[in-house]
Design a protein around this ligand. Structure first.
Ligand code: G6P
Ligand code: MN
Length: 446
């Protein structure tokens, strides 16, 4: 079984490879090809993987290439984890938005739109190459904004592209833990869009345990999302929101926190990663040690401004271990390759799961996965207060897709202006001007 990783020089590749190293069963991935535009990043990551593989007799063989077609030819699975414009682009997405007084997060609000406008044309082109060179392959999309990018690729690849995110998995696991339920026995009744979903129930042996959580403020504030939103607000909602909804429900506070911080998340990661790649390329250092140190720092500072503005404190030790991202990816591949049935929260076309959206709209929902792919399962309806938000944000995504397909500035302005976190068409126009001034990747908009 061959796996191709697009963005193979990316920082989280060792997580995926680590998960593969733990899989010794028949039908496992035996060959990994890393594709990246940047040979220096490929070299650094390949060094980390070599240290990881030392002493593991059946470690998957690793090849690196800067040729996309070579990477795709004959592959079984494609992981797409690319970052168009790099972390410098992410930092610019934040800066331009914050200067206009609106949120500039990687996936939410103006920043997510700018990132989507840059990424969708590239994702569509990649999907076309996959369709040509590896028509049987399954594509697992990690590239953010994950829901939007998955929908763009699905236009070409249909149900052979599946989007993943570890946020809902982490949320479900934390809720199960505080309720004393085994995460693998609990059904997380979750639905929405990527980074815009709500848990409405947690069923164990057919019984919904969530009311027990909602009734107990101390229990609510014993886990990350509970502290972020506060027990009162979660009880008012009657559901537990994905952590990214903090940017919506506490928008002023998060925008202010981002404006006041010395370095935004993208700028911090840009510097941190530059240090890592410089260090990991040097023959005398352990690339693995450099990587692991960098990873720990990244995990510990994740959403730090949000937690600080909410008074939510430090992250819990168990939330600092990784395990979400790569385990979802591995479970998905195993289910497809070996017909090992499982239920995972994924980004797929909804096919009527959410009546407020059309059948082609990609949503984030628990899916039954087997050799035939991922099939959304029935979930509780979206809470009433979430219906408007989901349809508004899907309309924004559709405007981004239209802008990218037609190269239309008018559609791009529409995307910014329709977003619930952008409060004026005037702001939307200035955002687009600001973004096109700093991003060469947006020159296609006319
Ligand atoms: C979460 C999100 C991902 C995001 C990751 C890293 O897992 O669901 O979409 O890529 O965090 O965030 P960071 O701010 O460290 O890049
Ligand atoms: Mn995510």
């Amino acid at each position: 079984m061959k796996l191709t990783i697009l963005g193979g020089g990316g920082f989280r590749v060792p997580l995926v490879y680590g998960a593969l190293l733990g899989d010794h069963a028949e039908g496992r991935v035996t060959h990994v090809t890393l594709y990246d535009e940047d040979p220096a990043r490929l070299h650094a990551v390949a060094r980390v993987l070599a240290e990881q593989a030392a002493g593991v007799p059946d470690a998957p063989a690793v090849a690196v290439t800067t040729d996309l077609d070579d990477a795709l030819r004959g592959t079984d699975f494609v992981f797409s984890a690319i970052r168009v414009g790099g972390l410098a682009g992410r930092a610019a997405d934040e800066r331009v938005a914050l200067a206009e007084g609106v949120l500039g997060q990687e996936t939410v609000g103006a920043g997510g739109i700018a990132y989507g406008l840059r990424t969708v044309p590239v994702a569509r082109a990649v999907a076309a190459r996959v369709a040509e060179l590896a028509p049987q392959a399954w594509v697992i999309n990690f590239t953010n904004p994950a829901g939007l990018v998955t929908e763009a690729m699905a236009e070409v690849l249909g149900d052979r592209v599946i989007g993943i995110c570890d946020s809902p998995v982490g949320l479900g696991r934390r809720i199960a833990r505080v309720l004393g339920a085994r995460p693998d026995r609990a059904f997380v009744d979750y639905v929405g869009l990527n980074h815009l979903g709500w848990v409405s129930g947690l069923r164990v042996d057919g019984r919904d345990e969530l009311p027990r959580l909602l009734a107990d403020p101390a229990l609510i504030e014993s886990f990350e999302e509970g502290r972020l939103f506060g027990a009162d607000w979660i009880r008012s909602l009657g559901a537990v929101p994905n952590e990214y909804l903090h940017y919506y429900y506490f928008n002023r506070e998060t925008v202010r926190a981002y404006q006041e911080v010395a370095q935004t998340r993208g700028a911090f990661l840009h510097d941190q990663q530059a240090r890592f790649y410089a260090e990991a390329g040097r023959p005398e250092v352990s690339a693995w040690d450099a990587w692991d140190r960098t990873r720990a720092e990244r995990e510990a500072t994740y959403m730090a401004e949000n937690r600080e503005s909410a008074g939510a404190g430090e992250r819990a030790a168990e939330d600092l271990e990784s395990g979400g991202y790569e385990q979802v990816a591995l479970a998905l591949m195993r289910a497809i390759a070996r017909d090992e049935r499982t239920t995972l929260i994924l980004n797929v076309r909804g096919r009527g799961t959410l009546p407020v959206l059309d059948a082609e709209a990609v949503i984030e929902v628990p899916c039954l996965v087997d050799a035939n792919g991922a099939h959304p399962v029935a979930v509780s309806p979206l809470p009433d207060h979430a219906v408007g938000l989901v349809s508004a944000v899907k309309a924004v995504e559709r405007a981004v897709l239209a802008a990218a397909a037609g190269g239309s500035r008018a559609d791009a302005v529409k995307a910014f202006a329709l977003h619930p976190l952008v409060d004026s068409v005037g702001v939307a126009r200035r955002l687009l001007d600001g973004y096109t001034a700093v991003h060469p990747g947006l020159a296609y908009l006319r």
